[in-house]
Design a protein around this ligand. Structure first.
Ligand SMILES: C[S@@+](CC[C@H](N)C(=O)[O-])C[C@H]1O[C@@H](n2cnc3c(N)ncnc32)[C@H](O)[C@@H]1O
Length: 225
């Protein structure tokens, strides 16, 4: 079944390129959360890689052996290939990662888990793609108690090619535990400065925006069995 689409984000004045620019400031802080030992010289999977920026920035900081980027957005994967010719990265448009023939030391997904309807299926497939002792870093914000949830979901579902889900942090952690992972939470947005200029995009109040910041984690799940 082909579930691919042209671009992930379809807002008129900016598709996936605008998301790439919006996320640009965040990459150094995201990469700071990863243990270099999980990246240097390793085989890496970026699930939901969009235009491939993270994999390029990651290689520039911590050269890995090779990487695979997977996404469903055809134009974004085309841009990722075009922009990554000097990097040891292969990109695929793939709706079923069980079809990948490679295995990985480390898998990463940023801002993707909230779009995955069947967590059990996703985590089971990641488990099978990881080598023993391998790790999955996946960013996640529990929005289940955020008063802006309905507004946020309305905006994301309007422009995103995949609908927002509403998993709790406990559901996500339980799913990892049930699949034989050891789970650690790494806090995101820990600095003293918080730029709230864009809070209105997905939140009804600054308080709700701060709640999102406080509930944002990089989940580090290590395959132990
Ligand atoms: C919010 S964007 C995040 C993109 C990128 N990881 C980042 O942080 O900038 C979510 C991405 O996940 C991709 N995606 C969603 N569901 C997916 C799936 N089942 N398989 C592969 N990619 C998926 C979307 O196409 C989109 O590129």
């Amino acid at each position: 079944m082909d579930t691919s689409y042209e671009t992930w984000w379809s807002e008129e004045d900016g598709g996936d390129l605008s998301m790439e620019k919006d996320h640009e400031y965040a990459w150094p802080a995201t990469i700071d959360l990863l243990d270099p030992k999980d990246i240097l010289g390793k085989k890496i999977l970026d699930f939901g890689c969009n235009r491939g920026v993270l994999l390029r920035k990651l290689y520039d900081r911590y050269p890995y052996e090779k990487a695979v980027g997977v996404d469903l957005a055809r134009q974004s994967i085309a841009a990722a290939k075009e922009n990554s010719q000097d990097y040891p990265i292969t990109f695929y448009i793939e709706d079923n990662i069980a079809n990948l023939t490679e295995t990985f030391h480390t898998a990463i997904s940023t801002s993707v888990l909230y779009l995955i309807e069947d967590l059990n299926d996703h985590i089971s497939k990641i488990h099978d793609l990881l080598l023993d002792g391998g790790v999955y870093y996946t960013s996640f914000t529990d929005q289940s108690k955020n008063p802006s949830l309905a507004y946020m979901k309305q905006e994301i579902d309007k422009y995103g090619a995949v609908k927002m889900q509403n998993h709790t942090l406990t559901q996500v952690v339980d799913c990892f535990l049930d699949h034989g992972f050891q789970v650690e939470l790494i806090r995101e947005h820990t600095g003293p400065h918080i730029d709230v200029s864009g809070y209105r995009r997905f939140h009804l109040s600054v308080d709700d925006y701060l709640q999102s910041m406080a509930n944002s984690f990089m989940i580090k799940a290590r395959k132990i069995k």
